[in-house]
Ligand binder design. Structure first.
Ligand code: GLU
Length: 438
């Protein structure tokens, strides 16, 4: 090859690579969170200085936990806490224990927590934590050591008026109890409001364990009203059958007469057009660790499940499940995002064009952190509400947030995710301005 031929060959390769990069969708969670923020700033007309002031966490900490496992081996885990924004109050957000946890994901989740607490207008900021691990393969003793070690590393950086952790994927009330206990041992006095999602006897709130699902259902009820469509007898698909997914299926089935036609978990999905009993699916999962194999159901993959024709589609597992690849094959009236980050910005555009009503994640799943806030309030004055009182208050918060989101999306002629961003940004920016940060 002559030198000119070599040069033109090189140029063609570079052009092709750039084309390929442009073609593939960026699925990095924090890039997505930043892109959403950028789009929202553009719609409202906030300049780049404002974007820059909001596009990174205030503080990001990476820690290392080395511990002896039950079999005598040594294992080292990586953990994170991302404290995104504290302008509106103490930062708030769960701790996720998952093999696919990453620094980027924790940062994205902490940004979404900031917009979430602002969207439902509770006086808190946003944060998130995580450890890269597989709790399903760990003993109780190992989980307890991991929980206590995490808190020992971060004790100086958290606290009821600094940053208040909570459960998230694969963490639970027992883990919160160990964490609270470790924190109290370090500071040598009681401080139950350092953490939420605690067991009831240690200052947890009634209704906290089903609050994410319950809050989501209040927004679904409002969305159905807007579309003038009857939830009774409607077909529902739930992707992810953990705490939020299984509860939303049960509530929609019991309180609204919905027909749960398909549900799934990480091992796959099940389908029955005449309806699946959500309690039987939960019991089957309890016994066998998966919903797959439930009697009277047909097996299908998570991908197939998302494309089923239905009225209501509920992603209730992890991020990036509705992407540029499958958005135009989604066949439903409403998407209620109980998961954090299930839809990419490209998919958002397609869904909007198709006229699908999306209840965006940080609005739809805000019931969890709202009841966490109620837990903090009850903890402060040591007086506890009944479940009915908790859910009445939750209904008021969720309905108000849903209504203001829809109002903003109509005003700016955009989809509900941007509508929710617009409200949240205004609140966070206002608090930052009042403090003199901007
Ligand atoms: N992990 C939940 C969320 O993503 C709850 C957070 C909290 O209660 O602080 O919203």
């Amino acid at each position: 090859m002559s030198e000119t031929e070599q040069n033109s060959f090189r140029k063609r390769i570079i052009k092709l690579t750039i084309k390929l990069i442009k073609m593939s969708e960026n699925l990095d969670p924090f890039s997505i969170a930043q892109q959403q923020l950028y789009n929202a700033c553009k719609i409202v007309g906030y300049d780049s200085d404002i974007y820059n002031a909001l596009s990174e966490p205030e503080r990001f900490v990476q820690i290392k936990i080395t511990m002896k496992m039950d079999d005598g081996s040594l294992k080292t885990f990586q953990g994170f806490r991302s404290q995104y924004n504290s302008a509106r109050g103490p930062m708030k957000g769960g701790i996720r224990w998952h093999p696919d946890e990453s620094a980027s994901l924790v940062k994205a989740l902490s940004a979404w927590m900031t917009w979430k607490t602002a969207c439902v207008d509770i006086p808190l900021g946003g944060a998130k934590g995580g450890i890269i691990c597989n709790p399903k393969e760990m003993s109780n003793r190992e989980l307890e050591i991991l929980a206590r070690s995490y808190i020992r590393q971060l004790a100086d950086l958290i606290g009821p008026s600094i940053d208040v952790p909570a459960p998230d994927v694969y963490t639970n009330p027992q883990i919160m109890a160990w964490m609270m206990d470790e924190y109290e041992k370090i500071i040598r006095h009681h401080s139950p409001s350092v953490i939420t999602g605690k067991p009831l006897p240690l200052g947890g709130s009634a209704g906290r364990s089903i609050s994410t699902a319950k809050g989501g259902v209040f927004t679904i009820r409002e969305a159905a009203k807007d579309l003038d469509f009857n939830l009774n007898g409607s077909d529902v698909v739930v992707q992810g059958y953990g705490n939020a997914g299984s509860w939303v299926a049960k509530i929609l089935h019991d309180d609204f007469g919905c027909n749960i036609i398909a549900v799934s978990d990480s091992r796959g999905g099940i389908y029955n057009e005449n309806g699946i009993n959500p309690y039987e699916a939960a019991n089957h999962k309890e016994r066998t660790s998966t919903v797959v194999g439930l009697k009277g159901t047909k097996e299908l993959s998570n991908e197939e499940l998302l494309e089923l024709e239905c009225d209501l589609l509920i992603p209730a597992a992890l991020e990036n499940v509705i992407t540029r690849e499958n958005a135009d094959k989604i066949n439903c009236k409403i998407i209620a995002e109980l998961a954090n980050g299930p839809t990419t910005p490209d998919a958002d555009k397609t869904l909007f064009e198709k006229g699908i009503l999306v209840i965006p994640d940080f609005l739809c799943n805000a019931g969890g952190v709202t009841v966490s806030y109620f837990e903090m309030v009850q903890g402060y004055y040591r007086y506890f509400w009944t479940e009915t009182e908790v859910f009445e208050a939750l209904d008021r918060v969720m309905t108000r947030a849903y209504r203001s989101t829809v109002k903003q999306s109509k005003k700016f002629n955009t989809h509900n995710r941007m509508g929710a961003y617009i409200i949240s940004l205004e609140r966070v920016i206002n608090a930052m301005r009042l403090r003199g940060w901007l």
